[in-house]
Design a protein around this ligand. Sequence first.
Ligand code: AOF
Ligand code: ZN
Length: 338
Amino acid sequence: MDQAQNGLGQTWQNPLVGAVIVKNGQILAKGYHHRFGDKHAEIDAISHLKNEKAAIGATLYVTLEPCRHQGKTPPCVDKIIELGFKRVVVGQIDPNPLVAGKSVERMKQCDIQVTNLDNSKSMNLAYNFYYQNSRPLITLKYAMSLDGKINQRNGERTRLTGNDTFQDTQKLRLMNQAILIGENTLKVDNPQLTVRCNPTFPPLRIVLIRNAQKLDLQQAIFQSKGPIYILTSYENTQVLPENVHVLVDEAWTPKKIIHFLAQQGIQSLLIEGGSHIHANFIKSGLVDNLVVYIAPKLIGGTGLPSVWGQEIFEMMNFKIKQIVQLGADVKISARRVY
Ligand code: AOF
Ligand code: ZN
């Protein structure tokens, strides 16, 4: 798993995968999936053997079941069989229907001993979730005051949290393949929605604007690179920058948005706000994780609450996964339980 982590932030829609080759109690080679499109972890480890013949009778430890399909690279399982490995220990079965246990079967048929430790799923939560549920894993994030408000007054940007929280939200963006905001957040916060460290595969930026007939192209988001999808109910006739795509539907419900993202192969979505979008997604039951930053401030009065505008008829339950202090702020991460 340590090997796999080397690929963090670089593998995009592919999982993090690590591999180690062992013989006679000695590690002969290590490898990992470096980045999306590159060779797979097993092949990387094999490439570090002094001689491929050393694989004869050796054990291959790999955090994900090897693939058996021709993708951007040839099937790993063929190479494993060809080189004469005696034993293969996998960390989990690959939920990708192209693999899904079939490589394990194939190796067993070729008299390779196969053990599934089933201990590495937590490393690729969104990847596993996507294949199990045919939709992205949805995380809803907001920063609020001690009295549960996200903004001072409608129409004004309020900086509640400090720099440590800012750094953490950057990591959160990096861990998601798409980010969604609504038109109020676009207007009030004027965000770029970029990840400052310029990753190779930045998250897709999605903005829900009911009427996008006339976009304000001076806004920060339109000055930045990388694809932006505007989901709207009205055609836009402006000449738009090449990276801006307008998709029209009479009513972009959370369900339709998620369906669109699933079709794009997006495995994880971060919803950054505002409170109406939060409420709509919660109402639809489409929230899997919450990340809440609490700033030690009180707003009171007419401040905008974190979730506003839609009633939830049945209370939703979450399990707290983590509580950490970030500078003066507190971060709470929670996962939905049913
Ligand atoms: C492995 N080892 O290191 C990875 C695997 O488009 P491709 O060719 O890179 O294939 C992507 C699929 O391959 C991915 O969805 C998963 O099923 C498998 N990824 N498999 O044995 C690896 N990254
Ligand atoms: Zn492979």
